[in-house]
Design a protein around this ligand. Structure first.
Ligand code: ZN
Length: 317
């Protein structure tokens, strides 16, 4: 943020940056990072961590002349939004920044909080009206039907999902529904890290080699071609991602099915979050920026695109 030492999800190492969550497009090895305990924990494994200013949710603290508060973002475990309040001598205005977030209920992630502020910076990964995610229960019912169908045909259901966040939500929901879940090493290790924060995964087992006929498997997308899968009998692949809403998604992703279980807000979720923020000015970053700015403007919101943040600090006020 211009006029302050603070960076928000800076893409390269800075003296001081807020890290909203531990996905790799949001982290760097900063001298000091402001983050929640789970985010710091996951960053330790992923990029290494120097100094952490660990902040619990909803407990404002002072940093120089700024007041800072982290609020849950509902995206992956520990994911946070930040609210920064300037000192009254500088107008006392508040800026809010979301990073990735989701308003949909989750069984593994803290529920997102509204981000009330004067100036809002919001991501727009799924900022087009066609991204209207069905309720997770409906997606899981479709996934159940896929599992049944695959087994009847003598195949093994293999779910391809992002290994941190999405895979844990999927593993927890599949396990709770009574499925025996096998998880790729990376997915399994991330599940163990979630367990350190009290999240539980019934019926979860690490994938080593081979599977029982009544098990389902979760693998990262990038491991789809790995030799480990040669031991799995007749794998049937299902991608689990919000991009499953795109026409022809399963053909482009070269999978048998694609299911839109997402950890991002859909279009209506983005609009609702803007409305609930009561912000008088909204900046849009990441994703369908121009389209979402137009959608906001047509609803009477003062909105503008924001350039990628690793190159400049934000001129918010
Ligand atoms: Zn993310």
């Amino acid at each position: 943020m211009a006029g302050t030492p603070l960076w928000l999800d800076a893409g390269s190492a800075k003296d001081l940056s807020f890290v909203s969550h531990a996905h790799l497009d949001h982290v760097a090895r900063h001298k000091t990072m402001i983050a929640t305990a789970p985010t710091a924990r996951f960053c330790r494994d992923r990029v290494g961590v120097k100094d952490v200013l660990m902040a619990p949710f909803s407990q404002p603290f002072e940093l120089g002349d700024l007041s800072i508060e982290l609020l849950p973002a509902g995206h992956i475990l520990g994911s946070a939004q930040i609210r920064v309040t300037l000192p009254s001598a500088r107008g006392g205005a508040t800026a809010g920044y979301t990073g990735d977030f989701s308003l949909a209920p989750s069984v593994t992630v803290e529920a997102a909080a509204p981000l009330v502020c004067d100036v809002l910076v919001i991501e727009a990964t799924f900022g087009l009206p066609r991204y209207a995610f069905p309720p997770k229960e409906k997606v899981m019912a479709d996934i159940d039907a896929f599992i049944d169908r695959t087994r009847r045909e003598g195949g093994t259901p293999v779910f391809l999902a992002y290994p941190l966040g999405k895979s844990q939500e999927l593993a927890a929901r599949l396990g709770a529904a009574g499925h025996r879940v096998r998880a790729h090493k990376t997915v399994w290790e991330n599940c163990k890290a979630y367990e350190e924060f009290g999240v539980t995964f019934p019926n979860l087992h690490k994938f080593t080699d081979g599977m029982r006929h009544d098990e389902v498997l979760i693998f990262p997308h990038r491991a789809k071609g790995s030799r480990a899968l040669e031991k799995v009998k007749t794998p049937r692949f299902a991608a689990v991602t919000g991009w499953a809403m795109d026409p022809g998604a399963k053909y482009r992703m070269k999978v048998d099915e694609a299911f839109p279980l997402s950890d991002h807000a859909d279009f209506e979720g983005l609009l609702a979050h803007v409305k609930n923020s009561r912000a008088s000015k909204v900046y849009v970053v990441h994703g369908f920026v121009q389209e979402f700015v137009r959608a906001l403007a047509s609803r009477g919101v003062d909105a503008a695109p924001l350039k990628p943040m690793e190159r400049q600090q934000l001129e918010l006020f």
